[in-house]
Design a binder for this molecule. Sequence first.
Ligand code: LLP
Length: 431
Amino acid sequence: MTAPAATDRTSSARPFSYPRPGSSLHCGAVSLETLAKKYGTPLYVYSADQIIERLQMFQAAFAQREHLVCYAVKANSSLAILKLLAEHGAGFDIVSGGELERVLAAAPQATCRVVFSGVGKTAAEIDLALNAEILSFNVESEAELDLLADRARKLRKKARFSIRVNPDVFAETHPYISTGLHEHKFGVSMKTALAMYKCVAQNRWLEPHGISVHIGSQIASADPFGAALDRVHTLVRQLERAGIAINAIDAGGGLGIDYHARAFDPEKRVQAYAKAVNTALHGFQGKLLIEPGRFLVAQAGALLTRVVNVKRNGKKTFVVTDAAMNDLIRPALYQAYHEIVPVKPRAGKPRAVDVVGPVCETGDFFARDRALGPIQPGDLIALLDAGAYGMAQSSNYNTRPRPAEVLVEKSKARLIRRRETIADLLATEII
Ligand code: LLP
């Protein structure tokens, strides 16, 4: 990477840029230097404008058909972000009772737009969701359908459900986040799904709502989505022949972004995705649900961190930051790449460094042998595309309080989560 021709250091797919030559990195109109001074580091910074822009890209791409974007809460479950999305018409895909409690706290008006996925729903979680009158349960096994019927009968609440099918479609992505093959734990086969719908057709507490599918995450090409939905559509027809009407198809989430600095046009990607989905649905007239997570929030967020020191070991140079794997685990867990940019670029030749955190594990790194311009202790750097699965997967490993979070709306920044304190961490423990 070459040094500070600052404006081309970030692509237009990101809200982070250097507004003028020589200026520091901004989120929209807000300077990250100012935010670091005010709120400290490590700090997650998100652009509300970009999150809404991305939501609207999906809404526009599917405007021709009845649809609902159910944001996958797991990607970033901060209450302010849920509220923002709900205000712009989003529903939610949840995977736990805890995520439902978040929706209830942030946007109670949106519980009727919630779908509940996940392979291990407990009776207590099902009860919570039945009482909240969510839109639909994405059922992942025969045992779960039995449990749902049982809880619905006990609570005297009708449960709408979609069976999650496993289409046996290969999605080219990291093996830990691929879900659509028979060898994975998710969903049931098409054959089993057909039998399950038929089996409960007469159950007065269960109402078939749709069919759901989710083949994995960080998928760049639209083709696997088309292939999966093609199979789902075959099942719709089989069910129709059996007299079972399907009102909705839930196509899951998984559309990927480009973590590298290559030119990336998010709008084109959404349009290609919409085209593949619409083609595969062959004129299906029911409602389409989609569950994007990463695509809505990843590029809206950055993790801002201060360099604690720069250390040399033999030939290697280590830039040690005050953020660590507990704040952003994606590089350690999935060998994920995150672009790293200086907040105030210094003139000078780039050279290869490892960017690491202070946690006592060799796996605690953000980048290895990355060409970066000169960096000195005390400098601020930003890890880009960290809005999805960053804070949501953070932990207190090494008894490190988790970062604060700031949401930038137009030219205003506001704290949406205060930094944890050590007292917060110790509060639940008993000696
Ligand atoms: N729906 C279901 C049922 C899911 O399991 C997921 C993600 C989504 C929707 C949203 O997928 P997205 O649009 O965000 O790709 N922690 C990993 C990603 C795990 C994804 C898990 N399921 C990462 O940091 O890459």
